[in-house]
Design a protein around this ligand. Sequence first.
Ligand code: IPM
Ligand code: MG
Length: 374
Amino acid sequence: MKRYTIATIPGDGIGPDVVREGVLALEAAGARFGLSFTFLETLMGGAAIDATRLPLPPETLATCQGSDAVLLGAVGGPKWDGLPGKSRPEAGLLALRAGMGVYANLRPAFMFPVLAAACPLKPSLVEGGIDVLVVRELTGGIYFGERGRSADGESAWDTERYSRTEITRLLKIGFEAAMGRARRLCVVDKANVLESSRLWRETAAAMAPAWPEVALSFMYVDNAAMQLVRAPRQFDVIATSNMFGDILSDEAAMITGSIGMLASASVGASGPGLYEPIHGSAPDIAGLDRANPLATILSTAMLLRHSLHEEEAAAAIEAGVGAVLAQGWRCADIASGAPGERTVGTQEMGRLVASSIAAGAGAGAAAGKREARP
Ligand code: IPM
Ligand code: MG
């Protein structure tokens, strides 16, 4: 029996709803593959502000740093919207990402073939499937640059700043991910306007000879936003800055059917990784058993793969999700109204996936591995 410690941060809104189902999936995979998990639940975001007045209490960071991996639900909500920037729930998430040193965020936008009907694009555009990996820089750029307000409050600024070191380590993950996939890397930037983007291009071009098998291309972010809905199949791996990656990954998620399906892994040079669905806290449906837990469940598969190197267990979770979808089970966000579909709530979806994992059913239904390990 292999033992792992997982820090969980349910967070706010639907966070607790979906993390509960992620834990269930890990337990089901653990029971099947001889892994035992100790879950340490910690506070972050609005929940932490309510309990301790801090969005990221020091104990939470310490627990996360001392664990094998961290599973996070979501943070934020209208309750804390009036707080100044540094005290907001989101500041806790940024401090956690920085504190854990997880500078690369992998967001695989993969369309399960059976969910093609939930895709908002014309069928002809997505025939053959969508499988794009967004590699987003996560601990730099405008999210962390200097910001402020003028004394009279009439102007404000945020700064986009990147060092060659930050760009290089992120692009290395992009190149390596591309090697494990279709070997196409598109660096997305705004190099026609921004100096920082020109440094991204220069750095990528200098690195390219080390990955001769990877076809490197560049695209302006406005064009990329358009191309994602015009011809999404042209993309394999997209590597980009923190802000552009935030925006493009929501767009990429939606073309696969729903943002409720998109998992993510945040990894650094060493130490535990941070795993979270890319969706928000959806406070309007919190606690109502309506959130789609599949992005969180798929994040646990990424956790097993990237932090614990338990590839079999990771694949079993993905296969479990694939099997449940193939049987017609849907959460409301991915229901298309097609015959044979049955809509279920958060807990029932989690239970179905857990029993599918336990039964070892559905191998192959997930249609292969959706992101390569960097
Ligand atoms: C995400 C979220 C966060 C981000 C927010 C909650 C700070 O939108 O993970 O994509 O912008 O990084
Ligand atoms: Mg986002």
